[in-house]
Design a protein around this ligand. Structure first.
Ligand SMILES: [Zn+2]
Ligand SMILES: [Zn+2]
Length: 133
């Protein structure tokens, strides 16, 4: 299975050549600011199976903490991927073309969610990051 995605201005595209897993909605204050949204939705993949297929030169990286960062298009601002210790570990489900083949399984960092946003589904909620399974 190949998952493809790209940014709003269509300069940057990426590809993940294996199924995604561990999709979640992150409500932490950094993701909210970085996306300008109530929460951000990511999915993981086993490392090494991600590649930029176009526009890599437009990709900017912002890593405020050693284990928290994002890759975004420097032209249009779309957030495409999340980094951990300098490596791309997640993609943003909002930038996937078509069906990503996975569905969000939980809400994380609900302890810092936006006051104005009510979670209206039955997915499990975690105050911070759930223990790794
Ligand atoms: Zn773009
Ligand atoms: Zn977050």
């Amino acid at each position: 299975m190949v998952v493809k995605g790209g940014c709003l201005c269509a300069k940057v595209h990426y590809e993940v050549t294996e199924p995604l897993f561990n999709a979640d909605h992150c409500h932490c204050s950094m993701c909210r600011r970085q996306h300008g949204a109530a929460f951000a939705t990511y999915a993981e993949f086993k490392s090494g199976n991600f590649k930029w297929t176009s526009g890599e030169k437009f990709v900017k990286v912002f890593e405020p903490l050693a284990d928290v960062g994002w890759c975004f298009c420097g032209e249009c601002g779309s957030t495409l991927a999340g980094t951990d210790k300098g490596k791309i570990r997640t993609i943003t489900l909002g930038t996937v073309e078509g069906d990503p083949g996975t569905r969000p399984e939980s809400h994380i960092f609900v302890g810092s969610k936006a006051e104005w946003h009510d979670i209206c589904d039955n997915l499990p909620q975690f105050e911070e990051r759930p223990p790794k399974t």
